[in-house]
Each structure stands twice: as C-alpha cells, then as structure tokens.
Design a protein around this ligand. Structure first.
Ligand SMILES: CC(C)(COP(=O)(O)OP(=O)(O)OC[C@H]1O[C@@H](n2cnc3c(N)ncnc32)[C@H](O)[C@@H]1OP(=O)(O)O)[C@@H](O)C(=O)NCCC(=O)NCCS
Length: 133
C-alpha cells in the first residue's frame, strides 16, 4: 500500500519519473516538482521514495478550487490510489464553495463515485507551452 503525503520533503526530480503518459511534449520531472510547489494544495502517493500518483489543486483560498492534474503511474493503476488521492484533496478543500475539474466522459463515473456531478465546461490550450519549459 502506498503512503500519502502533502509535503515535498525528500522528493527529488528522479522520484517523479514516468508521469504525463501520452503527452506529446510532457513537463520534465524538474518542471513537475516546480508545478507541485506552485500548487495551492497537492497530495502524493508514495511507494518508498518513488511518487506513484499525484493530484494538484489551485485555489483562491476563499470560494473556489480547480483540480488540474491527477495521475497514477500505469504500474500502480487499478489499486484504488486515484480514488484515494481525490478523496484526500477534496477533504483538504472541504471549506470551499466550489471545486471543479475537466475530464473526458469515460472518467465521469469515477468522479461521480467520489461525490462530484457532471457539468459542461470550456477550455483553452496553447500546445506550444505544454512542457512548461
Ligand atoms: C484516472 C486515474 C488517475 C485513476 O487512477 P487509478 O488509481 O487507476 O484508479 P482507482 O484504482 O482508484 O479507481 C479505479 C476506477 O476508476 C476507473 N477508471 C480508471 N481510469 C479510467 C479511465 N481512463 N476511464 C474510465 N474509467 C477509469 C476504473 O474503471 C475503476 O472503476 P471501478 O472502481 O468501478 O472498477 C488513472 O487511470 C490515470 O492516471 N489515468 C491517466 C491520467 C488521467 O486520465 N487523469 C485524470 C484526468 S481528469
């Protein structure tokens, strides 16, 4: 079973290898560490020192939060880690009025089981900036 932490103590870039599967121009592990530092809240799932899953939140700290990123390494998927990460970040954000995220339709049942409901949304992407470099 992984352990769950909300600190970057002892987390180095090499512990963040393997994420952003399928992204054409993924952030490097160094950039991944930087975006975790810049998030309002995050939860990591650890297998030893290796990060095997993470979720991030950005928030105004008053009413609203958005969950931009959730990912579990393919080797660790299907073991309840994704659900536990979302449960823990929602618990961290429970004082807020609204918590939103975007996902593809096949993932909507996953989030419904965690108490969220379906909505429509709008997005803007600049793929030239996908790596964050
Ligand atoms: C989505 C993700 C985080 C789930 O993590 P996980 O640890 O494998 O999930 P859990 O083991 O906690 O939960 C498994 C449940 O989620 C469902 N699920 C997982 N990935 C899914 C997907 N891509 N499409 C539809 N359902 C999915 C499973 O069917 C399973 O449902 P069940 O409990 O009814 O059997 C993981 O598949 C992942 O990292 N995917 C790639 C990145 C991604 O899509 N992130 C979400 C962006 S909104």
């Amino acid at each position: 079973m992984p352990s769950y932490v909300d600190s970057l103590e002892n987390v180095r870039p090499e512990h963040l290898a393997g994420f952003f599967v399928g992204w054409p121009d993924p952030p490097s592990p160094q950039t991944h560490l930087q975006l975790l530092r810049g998030s309002s809240a995050f939860v990591l799932a650890l297998d030893g020192e290796q990060v095997v899953g993470f979720v991030t939140a950005v928030s105004d700290g008053v009413l609203c939060a958005y969950l931009p990123l959730l990912e579990v390494l393919p080797s660790h998927q299907g073991q309840g880690i994704g659900q536990e990460l979302v449960r823990r970040i929602l618990a961290r954000l429970r004082a807020l009025y609204m918590v939103d995220l975007m996902c593809d339709p096949p993932l909507q049942p996953f989030y419904e089981k965690l108490g969220m409901r379906r909505a429509s949304g709008m997005i803007l992407r600049d793929y030239a900036r996908q790596s964050g470099a």
